[in-house]
Structure formats: C-alpha cells, structure tokens
Ligand binder design. Structure first.
Ligand code: SF4
Length: 338
C-alpha cells in the first residue's frame, strides 16, 4: 500500500502539521578508535538537520557507511550527539539525568536484524511485554497478556503463539515481533533502521506493507532508514538522501524520485529499477570509485571526488542545503525541474 502524501509546503513538509514531533538540529557524531578508524576519527554524522511531522514517514536513503544508522541511534536517544540536539515536541532528549522516561516511551525503534535484537531466551510474550512492564502500562498479568495478544494481532501474528521463542518463528515473523514490541508503548515516533534488509525479498514487501498499514491506522510518525530506494519510495512521504554523514537532498518523495536535483541522487536513481514508464530510458550514471573514507572526508563538497559536474569551486566551498523548487539540495549546480 503506497502512502497518500499530505499536501506540502515549499519546504516539502506536510502543510497541515504545525510543529514537528521530532526535530534534529546540527547533529554531529564522531567515533574515535574504532576498527575502521585506523587511528583517526570517523565522522559518522557531520551536521544533519531534519524535522519529522505527526503522521508522516520520512525515508532516509544512502549507501552503506553514510551515517544512516548513527543518525537513527541519535534520533531515539541511544547515542548522544557530540554537537547539536534532538527534541521531541520541543523538549530536548538529553538532560542531566539522561533521556526522560516519557520521551523514551514515545520514541521507539525497530532494528535491522530481528534475530539479534530479540532475546532468544525470552518468550515472545515476555519480549513484547517488557516495555509494558518498564513503563508500567499494564495493571496486572492478565491485562498484560491481553495487551500482548492485541499487539500480536495488530502485526498479523496469531496471539496463541505468544509463549513460543523467537527461533520458532520465521525471519519476517520475528520482525513483526520487533514491531509489536515497538508499538507496545503507543509511541508517537518509530525509527526503523533497515527494518527489512535482513529479510528475504518475498517477505520484505509484506513487512513494508505492514508499516504502511500501521501508519495509516495508528497515525504514528516513522523515520524509515534503508539503502533500498524502491522500499523507501513505497512507504515515504518525504525522503532525505545521505552522503558521507550529510544530507545531499531532501524533499517530497515524488519530487526527489521524479526530478532529483543533486548529482548523487541522480546517480542513485539512475542505478535503481524504475517503475514509471516515463522515466525509463534515463541513461545510467556510473559514479567513479567508492565513497571516500569518513575518517578523512574531502574538503568543499564531499561528493566532488566522484561528481561528473564538479568544478574548482566544488573542491573549495561546501554547498549548503538550499531550496530548489519544492525541495532542498546541497549542490552549487543543483538542477531545477523545468
Ligand atoms: Fe557535484 Fe559540485 Fe554539486 Fe558537489 S557541489 S554535487 S561536486 S556539482
């Protein structure tokens, strides 16, 4: 089921929403001394701003290593940014005492690999009931059991299997258990980090459709992070494209997919299967080389070492994310749809 995008403003967000439910401002995150850093500092996220509005799905796409997962972890408060902040309905995530309990309850996460994110020694009942217990949302064991049954039904699992263990379920069913656990606290926001990439292709579509259905019935706002462009297009109202720790382009999904303005987005789109007949025949753009290391990102525009449009200015001056028609692109020579 495809989303029904809200009418949008020039900024590409839902015009009917007032204040964002989640806002990230100037997020930076650098890791020191990791396996990939070779003694340097890995700049995983290097200045990301975004807003998420009630009832919308914001897709984030980019190649592996572009900082998507680090961004996801900061958006749910699992990682503290080095600079910048995340706010939930205007309140900062991080206080002296850590993330406030009510914000933790309202912002949940679905992880990439259900096999490692579910405790193999716990029954499905106990896994889904854990957040109910932590946040004291069920008055007694009977009510908790009923609620777990409701949540399993909501995600398409038979409630009579709640006493089984994760290994007794298929990959797709385990991810449904992870989604039921995320829904248990009635969150306003769910951040999904590559939620279908560990699943077989045939199962991916079912789980993606489940997200779309849950959003339209529950109105929860989703951040949907993936490297698969088709999957993100299917569920997202707006899309952000990440490259080497920064957003290269951001806007309504139809705009970003139909008329990309940033050369990196164009290259990504040209390499993806195109469902729209009018876009078929677009020639494929082959990018030179691999993305540079986040330990030593290039100066100026981070994409200039692979960009066929690059000039001297690109190597010296970093482009800001600026309005291009109905969306935003960080490119000195962004293409405007005619
Ligand atoms: Fe390419 Fe220059 Fe635009 Fe960067 S700023 S994407 S190098 S044209």
């Amino acid at each position: 089921m495809a989303p029904s995008p809200e009418p949008t403003t020039a900024g590409g967000r839902a015009a009917t929403a007032a204040e964002p439910v989640l806002r990230a401002s100037g997020l930076h995150k650098t890791y020191h001394g990791g396996m990939l850093s070779r003694g340097g500092a890995v700049r995983a996220v290097a200045g990301v701003d975004l807003e998420l509005y009630a009832g919308e799905t914001l897709g984030i796409v980019g190649e592996s290593g572009c900082g998507k997962s680090t961004l996801a972890r900061m958006l749910v408060g699992l990682e503290r940014p080095d600079q910048g902040e995340v706010t939930f309905r205007g309140r900062p995530f991080f206080t002296r005492g850590g993330v406030p309990r009510d914000i933790r309850r309202r912002v949940q996460m679905v992880f990439q690999d259900p096999l490692t994110s579910l405790n193999p020694r716990m029954t499905v009942h106990d896994i889904v009931a854990e957040p109910l217990r932590v946040h004291r949302l069920s008055p007694n064991a009977r009510a908790m059991r009923d609620r777990v049954g409701e949540l399993l039904t909501l995600v398409g699992l038979p409630p009579d299997r709640m006493n089984r263990f994760p290994h007794e379920f298929s990959g797709g069913q385990r991810q449904r258990v992870g989604i039921a656990r995320a829904l248990a606290t009635e969150p306003d926001v769910i951040v999904c980090d590559e939620p279908v990439s560990a699943l077989d292709m045939s199962v991916q579509a079912q789980v993606v459709n489940l997200f779309a259905e849950l959003q339209s019935t529950l109105g929860v706002a989703l951040v949907f992070i993936a490297h698969d462009l088709a999957v993100v297009r299917h569920v997202s109202h707006r899309v952000g494209v990440m490259y080497l720790g920064k957003l290269a382009e951001m806007g309504p999904a139809a705009e970003v997919y139909g008329a990309p303005a940033h050369p990196y987005t164009m290259a990504l789109m040209s390499a993806a299967p195109v469902p729209k007949p009018q876009l078929r025949g677009r020639s494929r753009i082959m990018l030179a080389g691999d993305p540079p290391s986040p330990v030593a990102p290039p100066p100026g525009c981070r994409f200039h070492t692979r960009c066929w449009k690059a000039t001297e200015r690109c190597a010296e001056v970093e482009p800001a994310l600026e309005a291009v028609g109905d969306h935003f692109a960080a490119c000195h020579y962004a293409e405007r749809a005619s």
